[in-house]
Design a protein around this ligand. Sequence first.
Ligand SMILES: [Zn+2]
Ligand SMILES: [Zn+2]
Length: 179
Amino acid sequence: MEYTEIVKFHGHSCPGSAIGYRMTQAAMDALGLNGRAEDEEIVAITENDACGVDALQIMSGCTFGKGNLIFRDFGKPVFTLFSRKTGKGVRVRFIDTAIPQDALQDREKKLAFILAAPQSEIISIREVSVDMPKPAKIYNTAQCEQCHESVMETRIKPVSGKAFCIPCAMESCCGQADN
Ligand SMILES: [Zn+2]
Ligand SMILES: [Zn+2]
């Protein structure tokens, strides 16, 4: 996939999306993947919620909506990708110290460097074996007894013997919810 495809999806060209592009490409190459996941055969863990995650989503097919993108809020430029088919996993990290001093304050220079730098200079890759996250579950839908809106059953909170959704449970007076 070309970087221009990432820009189309992400909305603008920026160093962050270019970093995500290089990281995802490195991870997919290391796993021997050449297309994105139609279903859940690839699982990704991202350790940040910055621009680069859009590259990860469109390139790998690991998306928030499909449940095969897991967010760990560690603030690190790190993605980990697994293939369910092969059981292989790789952790890729962007080496931000590789960016030349004169490119740090210059957005265009920084972007150009990130897109052109040899992979080994800017990405560290290692194989990992981690317990594979379980495939996304489909949960039943329940109805909140307060607002009568549909809500996933696992999100129901009991309030005075009634089944409430989270916003209603919070509104029904702080701390009154049974759990
Ligand atoms: Zn961006
Ligand atoms: Zn409700």
